[in-house]
Design a protein around this ligand. Structure first.
Ligand code: FAD
Ligand code: SIN
Length: 547
């Protein structure tokens, strides 16, 4: 349990792939504290299905993975960052195997259709699957529950490391930053809401890393777990970091459409293994939209489904893998098979009803390849950040890869600097003198629902200037109400998340209004063409100080 004020060398906010990797990479030379606002596993990482993109096959090449990433990102990726991250794929997979991640191997596939995940040292022995936008089979996976295998392995390593402390149910509220004599700011710690004691505490740290995941909960329908409220992006903005490319929120084409199936994803790997998208009468439609059919990049497939659903006024389309051998389907996709069966859908015999849902935040806190932000001693890694890898549309399975590579970079940056950075002397206390306990929680729940519906209806897969302007006016009014509520009431998990999704929603709308073209995930009917000029959308917060 946390004391009122504690000190740690490195404070990592988030226990997903990015946070746990950074913790493990620095723990041999300093003390690390990892926070999670709920259960440790409640991040997107645990739910990741398809896998991790890496070039391991001799017929594949780094150039090909780079080109696919650049094509999917529609001109907006940073080519140096793409090369930096993509070329480290085999280093990442080697490290994960050393940690003990039980990836699926070719042998288990050939010898036994009922795929079994086993430990293996040989990169060449790993089974590779296929996903949209990739021109080769290059997705390393642990059947269809890759994230669970990665998370459980890294968590086990972290639990057993004497220098790592893992703390659950503690929610970061705001970064503590101090002004330096050169005009820049440095991060020195964090205000943390301890959900068990209901107190706000201070953690002083030499370095703080935001590894808080994405912001897809800003939308009504999402594949993401409940905590994906963009807290890291919101905290970084308030502290003075620039935020980039928030208009590019990715919609995954295929989430299960069922009244009781909250947030369940049907992996793109099904399409990689031959699943077809169909209308209710069995007609396939993807070839009308892209020659790559079902394996076109996600922005194209999600928009095609949205188009067909609106054209026909139907509630969903269907994913059909019934032509594959039942043992192949259950062997490759045991988790999806079991989950669908619980809803009465036998995917070996029945088509799967699917709809697009908000899935991934391509924009975020602006960072370099080492995860360094605009604020000294503050890092951002994983989905909360914008490294330049994804551009206007992330390619499948590049996200986990980015989490690992940038965490490696952040760890080496910290190792070079650890001996020259100390604790700050006095950190400003948390002032609760003007707040009381709320007796009007309905204001929080109402605004939460309103924002997410507003974003879904007005800032979704297909946008228009008129709808974005309505959303902009409404979000500004809502933010004013939320700020007023926050000033008067004690913090809770819900009002903190509401404050963050409201801010992130405004950042998404602002970015979307600034981009007068359609590119990748940002499709706007008033500007259907992609411009020749390529530029990031960079938002500069009021507190940003340019040296
Ligand atoms: P997360 O794993 O989301 O972890 C965020 C952490 O931050 C959590 O521990 C959370 O509790 C903590 N946190 C957040 N806010 C606070 C706060 N205020 N205070 C304290 N703690 C906080 N990508 C791929 O590359 N391959 C895939 O196969 C794949 N499949 C996916 C399937 C699903 C269903 C989903 C939702 C995503 C998938 N993705 C996939 C995307 C990928 O999983 C995520 O981008 C990646 O896992 C993000 O990792 P992360 O470490 O940045 O954040
Ligand atoms: C999936 O398995 O379809 C998700 C992969 C990803 O988001 O990268």
């Amino acid at each position: 349990m946390m004391s009122q004020t504690q000190e740690t060398d490195i404070l990592v906010i988030g226990s997903g792939a990015a946070g746990l990797t950074l913790a493990l990479r620095v723990a041999d030379f300093c003390k690390v504290t990892v926070l999670s606002k709920s259960d440790l596993r409640e991040g997107a990482t645990f739910y990741a299905q398809g896998g991790i993109a890496a070039v391991l096959d001799e017929t594949d090449s780094i150039e090909s993975h780079i080109n696919d990433t650049l094509n999917a990102g529609v001109g907006l990726c940073n080519p140096q960052v793409v090369e930096h991250i993509v070329s480290r794929g085999s280093e990442v997979v080697t490290w994960l195997l050393q940690q003990g991640v039980p990836f699926t191997t070719k042998t288990s596939r050939e010898e036994n259709n009922n795929l079994k995940s086993i430990n293996h040292e040989e990169l060449g022995s790993l089974h590779l699957t296929q996903e949209g936008g990739h021109s080769h089979r290059r997705i390393i996976h642990a059947t269809d529950a890759t994230g669970k295998a990665v998370f459980e392995t890294l968590r086990e390593q972290a639990i057993n490391h004497p220098s790592i402390e893992l703390i659950e149910e503690c929610m970061a509220v705001d970064l503590i930053t101090l002004q330096l004599s050169n005009g820049k700011r440095k991060c020195s710690g964090l205000y943390v809401f301890n959900k068990r004691t209901r107190n706000v505490e201070i953690i002083a740290a030499k370095f703080v890393a935001l590894a808080t995941g994405g912001a897809s909960k800003t939308y009504l329908y999402t594949s993401n777990p409940d905590g994906a409220s963009g807290d890291g992006i919101a905290m970084a903005w308030r502290a003075g970091c620039r935020i980039a490319n928030m208009e590019f929120n990715q919609f995954h084409p295929t989430c299960l459409y069922h009244p009781h199936a909250k947030s369940f994803l049907i992996s793109e790997a099904l399409r990689g293994e031959g699943a077809m998208l169909e209308l209710s009468d069995g007609t396939r439609f993807m070839s009308k939209f892209d020659k790559r059919g079902e394996l076109a990049p996600r922005d194209i497939v999600a928009r095609a489904i949205d188009h067909e659903m609106k054209r026909l006024g139907c509630d969903c389309v269907y994913l059909n893998i019934t032509h594959r051998e039942p043992s192949f389907v259950t062997g490759h996709f045991p988790n999806i098979y079991e989950r669908c069966l619980k809803f009465g859908i036998d995917i070996t015999k029945d088509r799967i009803p699917v709809v697009p849902a908000a899935h991934y935040t391509c924009g975020g806190v602006l960072i370099n390849e080492k995860g360094e932000t605009d604020i000294d001693n503050l890092y951002a890694i994983g989905e909360t950040s914008c490294s330049g890898l994804h551009g206007a549309n992330r390619m499948a399975s590049n996200s986990l890869l980015e989490c690992f590579v940038v965490a490696f970079g952040a760890a080496s940056s910290i190792s070079e600097r650890i001996n020259s950075v100390g604790f700050s002397e006095s950190l400003p206390v948390w002032d609760e003198s003007k707040v009381t306990n709320s007796d009007d929680e309905v204001l929080v729940s109402h605004n939460w629902d309103e924002i997410r519906r507003l974003m879904w209806n007005f800032v979704g897969i297909v946008r228009s200037t008129k709808r974005l302007e309505v959303a902009d006016r409404r979000i500004k009014a809502l933010r004013e109400e939320i700020r007023d509520y926050y000033r008067k009431n004690r913090v809770t998990n819900d009002n903190l998340e509401l404050r963050n999704i409201a801010l992130v929603a405004e950042l998404i709308i602002t970015c979307a209004l600034q981009r007068n073209e359609s590119r990748g995930l940002h499709y706007i009917v008033d500007y259907p063409k992609t411009q020749e000029e390529i530029k990031d959308t960079l938002l500069v917060p009021p507190s940003f100080f340019q040296t």
